[in-house]
Design a protein around this ligand. Structure first.
Ligand SMILES: Cc1ncc(COP(=O)(O)O)c(C=O)c1O
Length: 501
């Protein structure tokens, strides 16, 4: 039971909190852009039908979150993000020795966390569900089920549904290459496509050169295949170092190379188009296949889609992989690969291992792409992702301590943050989880655990809850930085290990 006056008090707290939340959302949506004056306390109190003190408290909270600032005799204004952008992370400088990968449990935990609605989702690189064309794709699924009848329940043998391959082939011109539908094989997502490529060109124990850091799903595939990852330094803007790769190839029997050439996950890097050509030529001289993962290629923030390495492929050595998981629906499980000269092996393995990608999903996607709504949808998604990326970057700048570095991706949906060296991202991951936030610690992006003080944050969604989560992360990082720097007992802490209880 409430004490006398207590329910009134609670009601007032709820009202100012509600008002602060609503205003914060409007600021974030750009309804009140940086530098804009917001309504005076009196105006707001009249507009909202709440007391002056409720408005004052709401404004105080927004001030403490550094979203607005009071200017003497002038009123309240939306704050401009302070100062210069943070520096970008450094490029790691050495080629690590090839090693077997073992990251299973942590990765599975992060993926399981991704379906927990009580957590703030900064962990898995999932698309923002509010920006997916779900209504439209659902209609296409219903149409497919109605019109295909029994055919919707048959296998569609490799290479997959022709209408869908035609649509993908048409779009390939935007990527700088002109694929024919016959060069494309439909898969169950991009993951299966990469798996098939590795299967076709590698055997257990082989060395695969990869960008470092590398998306952990790919690290898992290497683990499953018993392959050794040779981690090549990768620039946060321009991708894999060709000098380091050439050196690595000269000194190791590299069986294949794996890159995420556009909007790399986690680095956000994009290999410039001329450098893509040089990469393809380097590998062509050595006859080494390149598995090129382009799952986020459509999510560019600029005015032009970057090309793919496949555009420069003269010898059929580039195996181009993509999927519709980042921009239409991860759950449909439809991806594709253009495997170049390895097409017969890849098709045969697909046929043997999983026979067919889901029939109705292929049909629905073909209809969606034919209907012409895809480009319209992508334009909106790119705009929103660019803004969310900016908002997340600004929040990290606002709340994280000095010394932090941050990538500036030109597309995609992830941000890579370099923390002070004393902060172990696995410790941070655990502390954040206890506070209801999930993130991806740097450990899982390298077989050699080369990124203990990095985290990857999912930038696809940004709202008030995200901002509070980033604020909390900032506090945790500051605390760990201080604690680990000042306490001699902390010498017992090590990368990826909890302090003994
Ligand atoms: C770089 C990268 N490749 C592949 C995938 C997986 O794609 P799919 O869901 O189509 O298997 C992801 C998903 O997060 C990714 O980020």
């Amino acid at each position: 039971m409430n004490l006398p006056g207590e329910s009134q008090q609670i009601g007032r707290i709820l009202r100012y909190q509600e008002l602060a939340d609503r205003l914060a959302e409007l600021i974030r949506k750009g309804t009140y852009p940086p530098g804009q004056r917001i309504p005076s306390v009196r105006q707001m109190s009249q507009q909202q039908g709440v007391s002056i003190s409720t408005v004052l408290q709401a404004y105080l909270q927004l001030e403490s979150l550094q979203l607005i600032e009071a200017r003497p005799q002038s009123g309240y204004y939306v704050r401009r993000p302070s100062g210069q952008p943070l520096p970008e992370p450094e490029m790691s400088s050495h080629v690590a020795d090839p090693r077997l990968v073992s990251l299973q449990e942590l990765i599975m935990q992060i993926m399981r966390d991704s379906s927990d609605p009580s957590l703030v989702q900064l962990g898995a690189a999932l698309p923002n569900p509010h920006l997916l064309p779900l209504e439209k794709i659902n209609r296409c699924l219903v149409n497919a089920a109605r019109s295909a009848g029994e055919a919707g329940h048959r296998y569609i043998w490799p290479p997959g549904l022709e209408e869908l391959r035609v649509q993908i082939a048409r779009r390939s011109a935007n990527m700088g290459c002109s694929l024919s539908p016959n060069e494309i094989l439909i898969t169950s997502g991009g993951t299966e496509a990469i798996d098939l490529c590795l299967h076709a060109v590698c055997h257990a124990g082989d060395i695969v050169a990869i960008e470092s850091p590398m998306y952990f799903g790919t690290m898992q595939l290497l683990e499953v295949h018993g392959l050794r990852a040779l981690e090549i330094p990768t620039h946060p803007k321009e991708g894999i170092s060709l000098e380091a790769l050439a050196f690595a190839i000269a000194h190791n029997p590299v069986r294949a190379v794996l890159t995420i050439s556009n909007f790399n996950n986690p680095l956000g890097s994009t290999i410039p188009d001329e450098k893509k050509q040089a990469l393809v030529e380097l590998l062509a001289r050595e006859d080494i296949p390149l598995i090129e993962n382009d799952v986020s290629g459509e999510l560019y923030f600029g005015d032009r889609r970057p090309q793919v390495c496949k555009a420069f492929d003269q010898k059929g050595l580039v195996m181009l992989v993509s999927s519709f998981s980042k921009d239409i629906s991860p759950g449909l499980r439809v991806g594709w690969v253009a495997p170049g000269r390895f097409q017969p092996q890849v098709e045969w393995i697909k046929f043997t291992v999983s026979s067919s990608a889901p029939a109705l999903a292929q049909m629905a996607l073909a209809e969606f792409l034919q209907s012409g709504g895809y480009d319209y949808h992508l334009r909106r998604m790119r705009r929103e992702y660019a803004r969310n990326m900016e908002l997340l970057s600004e929040a990290v700048m606002r709340y994280f301590p000095g010394g932090v570095r941050l990538t500036r991706p030109a597309g995609g949906l992830v941000l890579w943050v370099q923390l002070p060296e004393r902060v172990d991202s696995l410790e941070l991951y655990r502390a954040a989880l206890a506070a209801g936030i999930t993130l991806a610690p740097g450990h899982v992006f390298s077989a050699a655990q080369r990124f203990p003080n990095f985290v990857r944050l999912n930038a696809s969604e940004f709202n008030y809850r995200t901002e509070r989560a980033v604020e909390k992360l900032g506090e945790l990082v500051k605390g760990m930085d201080k604690l680990n720097g000042s306490n001699p007992l902390d010498e017992g802490w090590s990368v990826g290990r909890r302090r003994e209880e």
